[in-house]
Design a protein around this ligand. Sequence first.
Ligand SMILES: [Zn+2]
Length: 114
Amino acid sequence: MALLSLARDAVPAGVKIDLQLHQPYRTWLGLGRLRCEWCGERWGRHGCPPRESAVRLFVYTASPAQREAALLSGDLTTDDLRLRRRVRSSGAHRRKPRPYPTPEVGPRLVGASA
Ligand SMILES: [Zn+2]
C-alpha cells in the first residue's frame, strides 16, 4: 500500500516548487517580451535553465496523470514534453576540444630553450 501511494507521486518537491516559481511574465505592461518572473531570464526554450532542468525531472518522474494536470494548469507546455526526448539524441552536448594546446607543451618548451 505504501509503495502504491509513493509511486503515485514520485515528483520531488523541489521540482514542483521550481515549476511554480519560474513563471513567464510580460515586460512593459504586457507588451514586451516574456521573461521569467523568478530569475529574470529570457523566457522560452533554453531561456531559464533552472526551470528547464525542473521540467526535465518532472517529465521523468511524473505519472501520466500528473503530466496531464500540469499541462492543463499551464505549468507545462507541449514544448516542455518534447524537451526530454531531444536530450542526447545526438552528440550535440559533447565537450568541445580546447582551442589552445594542452599545458604539457609548456614545460617541454622551457626544457628545449635551456
Ligand atoms: Zn527562471
